[in-house]
Structure formats: structure tokens, C-alpha cells
Design a protein around this ligand. Sequence first.
Ligand SMILES: Nc1ncnc2c1ncn2[C@@H]1O[C@H](COP(=O)(O)OP(=O)(O)OP(=O)(O)O)[C@@H](O)[C@H]1O
Ligand SMILES: [Mg+2]
Length: 377
Amino acid sequence: MIESVESERPSIVLVVDGSELNRLLAKTTLEGEGHRVVLAASGAEGIAAFEREPPDCVLLDVRMPDIDGFTVCEHIRSLAGGADIPVVFFTASRDVETFDRALRAGADDFLTKPLRPAELLVRVQTALKLRRVRGELHEHYELLKRQRNDLLRLQLQKERLTAFLVHDLKNPVNAMDLHAQLLLRDHELPSSMQGSVQQIRTQAQRLHRMILNLLDLSKSDEGKLAPRLARVDVRSLVDEILDELRPVAQPVEVVLESLVDAEPLRADPDLVRRTLINLVENSIRHAPPGSRVTVSSRADAQGMELRVSDEGPGIPPEMRERIFDAFVQIDAWSRGRTVGGRGLGLAFCKAAVESHDGTIWVEDGAPGAIFCVRLPR
Ligand SMILES: Nc1ncnc2c1ncn2[C@@H]1O[C@H](COP(=O)(O)OP(=O)(O)OP(=O)(O)O)[C@@H](O)[C@H]1O
Ligand SMILES: [Mg+2]
């Protein structure tokens, strides 16, 4: 930091004045306060001294035998490192023209003769302090600029990753699913193979869902997840979803049932569909064999509530809010079974539901969990 450098060495003050008396007075006053003083008796000498060793502050007389103080100041301002060195003028004339001319030349402050030691000292200390603050501000500005550039770079990298996910991962995963479907339609496929091909399908669909969750979460972070509203027939949508997930539920002996009996809704069909798939898929993964996973609905004048319930371990009360944050999973070991994904499903559900101005929460099913989604009319 500039401050530590400043406090390690004395500040250098360059005094440029034609009068020997003034030079001596300035020297004694400033050295008495621990500053190092460099003296110059003319404008040319002053510029040469500045070039030899750039000071921290310049005291400059206006009227000098060779070059006047204004010209010296302009010259200093054009030198490397000269733009932000404080320059304090002293002059015998107190007229406004001299003052304006000094400001135009780049003066920071203005002292009138005769020089008074106390005033001189205060002005020099102030000028040095201003310079230090300016230096720190500049450092902060540079730091902010660096951080902004880093963020921008990260953002661009993220966009590249997103594009990679969309184009390069989604398509092959879709193709895998499609080919698995074709194989399943083949009547000559040995029955011993059918289970494996179904597994390929299920896993490809799961991977596809995870990619979409990730994409939509990143859209939501950028405030770009906007629902495309259309008429959603909730009852047949839930039937479709349960049909799609039966191959996942059957091997673990979980029964899927719909008690949905609702009016159509205006919502984003794709977002609602994927929200429910995520919830039902979670329930299947946590439901004990032989149990049921149920989707039900409740409608009123304000909107519709969709509920996905299971008979699994449920969500402990202290986790019921946090569970909707990205990457939050309840310890797999404490439950003695693998939990599958990465903890993005519920974060996606929350983003999707909130993009509809809806709410999502989890209740205790005693036993089990009940995930509830409320969508406004
Ligand atoms: N129905 C449920 N019963 C019990 N625990 C659940 C249930 N649903 C979710 N959880 C817990 O919440 C965690 C987060 O769920 P979420 O859907 O966000 O992630 P995930 O299923 O682990 O992975 P992903 O959905 O990204 O594939 C799960 O890991 C699990 O611990
Ligand atoms: Mg999940």
C-alpha cells in the first residue's frame, strides 16, 4: 500500500523559488517536520530537479528570473508521473487572474507571500495527504477494475460451458434415448436384454433432466428464466409423467398413483412437467419397497396446489428450507443408500415455481415427505 511506503520514507518536497530567503524559510520549516527538501533557484533548475528525482509535492513561485511558475507547472504535468504530484503555488499578487492562471496550469493549491511557516506546513501536509488518498483511491479503482474483468471472464466461460451443455451434451444423450427406444420396440430383442436397454433409457433420461436442470438454474441466476404460459391439462400431464417414470419405480417395487382431478391451468408446460418429474423421481428414490408415491391436487380461487407424497424417511425439520438450495443433499451415509444426483433437482423446482410467482415447500407426511407446489391462477 502507498501508506506504508509513505510512512517508511520521508516525503520529498521540491521548493522552486527565486528568493533565497523564501527557500531557506521553506527548508527549515519543512525539515523540522521530517520532510526532505530539495531546493531549486529557477524554473529550469526546478524542472531538472523534478526529472532527477520526482518529489511528493512541489512548492512553486510564480515569478522567477527565467521561466515563470505557470510554464514550469505545465511542463511538470506533462512529465511521466507528473500528472498527480501536488503543486502548491506561492505568489505575491492576490488577484483573481493569477489565481485562475495557476489553476489552468494545473495548480492544486495557492499560497500568498509573505510565507508564514505554520500556513506553509498545513498546506504541504494537506497536499501530501490528498496525494496519498488519491493513490489509495486509484488502487481501489484498479482493484475493482480487475475484479470486474475477472467476473466478466468467468461469465464468458460460463456461457461457453452452457453452450457446450446445450449443444454437445444434450444431443448425444437424446440420441442414446432414441436408440434405446428403437431397440425396445424390436420384438426380436431377447428378454434378458430388455432390462438393460430399459436401464440405458432411464439413465439417458435422467442425464437429460440433470442437464436441463443445470441450464435452467443458470438461466434463473441471470434472471432469464421466463415461463412460457400455455394451457396445461394437469391431469393428463401427471398421467404421462407417471407412465414415463414407471420403469424406474417398478424395479424398486414402488407404486405410482395419481389422485389429480384438476381444471386446466395456465403455466409453462415444460417447467411444470420437469418440476413434477424431479419431485416424483426423488420420491421414488426414497420410497421403501412396496410403498406408494402419490400425486394429488387441490384447487381454489387463488390457484392450484400440487402435492407429491411418499412414505420414505421424509425431510428433517431443520432441512426443510435449505433442501431447496443448489447442491444441498441429506447425508447419503446416514440413510444407507445412494441418493443419485448432485442436489440440483429441488433448486431447479424452486426456480421454476418461483418464475411463475408460485411457492414450493415440504411438509411432514408422518411418515414420508410431502412436496407441495402452489401455482397462482
Ligand atoms: N422425497 C424425498 N424424501 C427424502 N429425501 C428427499 C426427498 N426429495 C429430496 N430429498 C433429499 O433432498 C436432497 C436434494 O434433492 P434434489 O432433488 O435437489 O437433489 P438430488 O435428487 O440429490 O440430485 P438431482 O436431483 O440433482 O439428480 C436429496 O439428495 C435428498 O437427500
Ligand atoms: Mg432430485
